[in-house]
Design a protein around this ligand. Sequence first.
Ligand SMILES: Cc1cc2nc3c(=O)[nH]c(=O)nc-3n(C[C@H](O)[C@H](O)[C@H](O)COP(=O)(O)OP(=O)(O)OC[C@H]3O[C@@H](n4cnc5c(N)ncnc54)[C@H](O)[C@@H]3O)c2cc1C
Length: 303
Amino acid sequence: MHDVLIIGAGPAGLSAARWCDELGLDTLVLEQQEEVGGQLLSVHNPINNYLGIHATNGAELRDHFVDQIKTSDFDLWTNVEIESVDLKAKRVILKSGEELRSIATIIATGLRRRRLGIPGETEFEGRGIIESGARDRDSLKGKDVCVIGGGDAAAENALLLAEVCPTVTLVHRGRKMQARREFTEALPTNHCVTVFPESVVHRIIGSEQVEAVEIERAGAIKPFQMAVQGVLIRIGWEPNTDFISGQLELDELSYVIVGSQQETSVANVFAVGDVANPLAPTIAGAVGAGATAAKVIASRLGR
Ligand SMILES: Cc1cc2nc3c(=O)[nH]c(=O)nc-3n(C[C@H](O)[C@H](O)[C@H](O)COP(=O)(O)OP(=O)(O)OC[C@H]3O[C@@H](n4cnc5c(N)ncnc54)[C@H](O)[C@@H]3O)c2cc1C
């Protein structure tokens, strides 16, 4: 039995854990990945907007966080697979069979990239479907690529890849892109980039590696195949709440609904960071919410 069980070790979960420890709460953090840091590990650009630290990328900021928690006394288990959670009973059962109990629970499970759910998307992961334009740029040099999505991330990646790829086809569903003006103005002037609005990718095709995508364009009689060797999918994010859905109040996009003290609709269950922040997700917000939840729990437990 722990005082606090924290699920997720991104900035929100780590901050909550640091504060729980400082406030004398016996705390266990569960993280499904091998490494802590959450989305920070996908940030390949400098982070200049987290007050007090300038980091050349997310991994560097994560390392600062890890340095700071090294001396803390909470338990952190990584590579953990949760089998089931009973929020009311404050009970978590792991795939390994272990049962964990706590007085309070903090959900800090953040977001994951939204998926298309089309054939080929899973099969070609790491075999032509790339994770990041910035990180995988060198391996895509000289290859034709398709970027799927209509927001900032899709536009920015398309421009980045156009520096090394002969053709970049940007496919998005809407009539207009949702990206910032600096990107939407740069795209038409880039001779390597072609934008297909009102278009949908139905399939990613290949044998060993990605070889083509099947695209349906508005007004076209039938879908057509376009040869590409790389595909980058950037269609937004969604909260990691499937494992608790039905047990507490979620909004229409499945984010956890919380009050000003990060409390959820279930007594002594808190949600912090991006999983409970659909409007303004930031590292600072996640870290602050983690601290708030820990302080509220400590005061309720009389610490
Ligand atoms: C490319 C990019 C650039 C960004 N740039 C900035 C920036 O400049 N400034 C800024 O403030 N923010 C930036 N952000 C946003 C920032 O990274 C997030 O707001 C922040 O990481 C949210 O922290 P979090 O702890 O709430 O969630 P996350 O970082 O998503 O961490 C959640 C953790 O929970 C774990 N988890 C999920 N489900 C389970 C489960 N069932 N069991 C156990 N563990 C689980 C995940 O593996 C993950 O480690 C950026 C994000 C991206 C992707």
